[in-house]
Design a protein around this ligand. Structure first.
Ligand code: UDP
Ligand code: MN
Length: 300
């Protein structure tokens, strides 16, 4: 009888534990890739459990962002929202690359976060600014970042965070599924198929389409990724070809043959010009609206 009581007590407390910790499962979306990598959606994880695990390991995460030319105007919105919502309560080092360090507004950092402003040259074409990110990130991983952080994420500066982005994003190699993939206009974002490009993916191949606006992973994996992508960019340049979506095409080629160990749903980067389907339960990070960006780009 005593054993029965014990078992019953155990069962009751376990049930309570499950109810308070295991979120309801999502049945409306894919939550696991065919290579068994989780796809992170709202309602598929308990941030409390993940936070406790992450805390134990005393990890430091880096964020790389570029603000060159007119994009310096996005720094304030990005930094203030990232300070609030990106890995809140954990140590984050922001590496902000800019061609104009004097123009950086004063930024009130969260006490656990740090900011390094790193001068960088500007390129005349925006495509070159975007593509040069891969080269610069890999060089700085080698000379600096590998000694300062365990994980590293690259994020566009023309974005704002609206909800917490927590340790559920932490893994060896992490890609974010493009929001275009979940809309009727998905065809407009597609892989490079011209075989002359290093970013070429044979027709019919490919699984997810990833955005270049938010990716990351362990420093070692991000080093390999950025090196490989920049090599592809350079080889294309030698051959007089530029991939359809620039660095994003090379990123997609890389992630097709080096499968990410974790995928983030488009909740983690939603393109502001697209309307939101029902499966997007929360928009954690969004691009700044295109209209505003067009004004910026036109005035360059
Ligand atoms: N970028 C920049 N200055 C520019 C163009 C691009 O600093 O003139 C950087 C910035 O970090 C931006 C990223 O490159 O977020 C990618 O460019 P963009 O956001 O225009 O690309 P999209 O999000 O439209 O693919
Ligand atoms: Mn952008």
């Amino acid at each position: 009888e005593e054993i029965c009581v014990c078992l019953y007590e155990f069962y009751r407390s376990f049930k309570d534990y499950l109810h308070s910790h295991i979120p309801c499962r999502r049945r409306d979306v894919l939550v696991l890739t065919p290579w068994l990598a989780p796809i992170v959606w709202e309602g598929t994880f308990s941030r409390d459990i993940l936070n406790a695990q992450y805390m134990q390991k005393k990890l430091v995460t880096g964020v790389v962002t570029f603000a060159v030319k007119k994009y310096v105007q996005f720094i304030e919105g990005f930094m203030s929202s990232a300070n609030k919502y990106f890995l809140a309560g954990h140590q984050v080092i922001f590496y902000l690359f800019t061609d104009n360090p004097e123009q950086i507004p004063h930024i009130q950092m969260a006490p656990e976060n740090r900011l390094f402003v790193i001068p960088v040259q500007n390129h005349s074409r925006w495509q070159d600014i975007s593509m040069s990110r891969m080269d610069i990130i890999s060089r700085y991983i080698r000379s600096q970042f590998q000694y300062e952080v365990h994980y590293l994420y690259s994020i566009d500066v023309d974005v704002q965070l609206f909800e917490h982005i927590g340790v559920e994003i932490i893994d060896a190699l992490v890609g974010t599924i493009s929001s275009w993939q979940y809309t009727a206009r998905r065809e407009s974002k597609s892989y490079e198929t011209r075989t002359e490009s290093q970013a070429a993916i044979p027709k019919g191949e490919g699984d997810f389409y990833y955005t270049a606006s938010f990716y990351g992973g362990s420093v070692a994996e991000v080093y390999k990724l950025t090196r490989a992508c920049f090599k592809g960019v350079m080889k294309d340049r030698e051959n007089g070809i530029e991939a359809r979506w620039h660095d994003e095409s090379h990123l997609n080629k890389y992630l097709l043959y080096h499968k990410p160990t974790r995928l983030l749903s488009p909740e983690y980067y939603w393109d502001a010009e697209l309307s939101r389907p029902r499966i997007i339960q929360v928009k954690r990070m969004c691009s700044v609206h295109k209209n505003k960006r067009r004004q910026v780009i036109r005035s360059i």
